[in-house]
Design a protein around this ligand. Structure first.
Ligand SMILES: [Zn+2]
Ligand SMILES: [Zn+2]
Length: 140
């Protein structure tokens, strides 16, 4: 069987996990459970632990991005994209992309002021997504 150059570096199951995340497209955020469900459709013998390990490895490799919400143990995964923030909708639970990134100058001054070293930024707002916000405005 012919192999694609991209999948050669990764174990087959990990490549499957990556393809599921990428296939969802930009702006899609899937939980490990959703990814696992889809992986099983393609590969019924795959275990949750494999999917979970695969996601961890893919994050290390930068092939998949992970969004972790503070205060919760749930995480979402998305295709790599340029820096953006997220909004977690209080009403429908969706995670949506928000076009925002802290200016490098601000990050530098925070680091200087606090004496810390900032290596990554993960920012999540809470509120209502566009659909839920519109719905609320309509309700009297
Ligand atoms: Zn919503
Ligand atoms: Zn996102």
């Amino acid at each position: 069987m012919e192999r694609q150059p991209l999948t050669r570096r990764l174990p087959k199951n990990y490549a499957l996990v990556r393809d599921i995340v990428l296939a969802a497209g930009r702006g899609a955020h899937q939980s490990a459970n959703e990814i696992y469900r889809k992986a099983r459709e393609a590969q019924p013998s795959i275990g949750f632990a494999t999917v979970h390990r695969g996601l961890g490895r893919l994050c290390e490799l930068g092939e998949v991005m992970k969004i972790q919400l503070s205060g919760g143990d749930s995480a979402w995964y998305e295709p790599p994209a340029r820096a953006h923030a997220h909004l977690h909708c209080d009403r429908c639970g969706h995670i949506v992309d928000v076009d925002y990134a802290t200016a490098p100058r601000t990050l530098r001054s925070i680091a200087e002021r606090e004496g810390v070293r900032i290596e990554a930024e993960s920012l999540t707002f809470r509120g209502l997504c566009r659909t839920c916000a519109r719905r609320r405005r309509k309700t009297p």
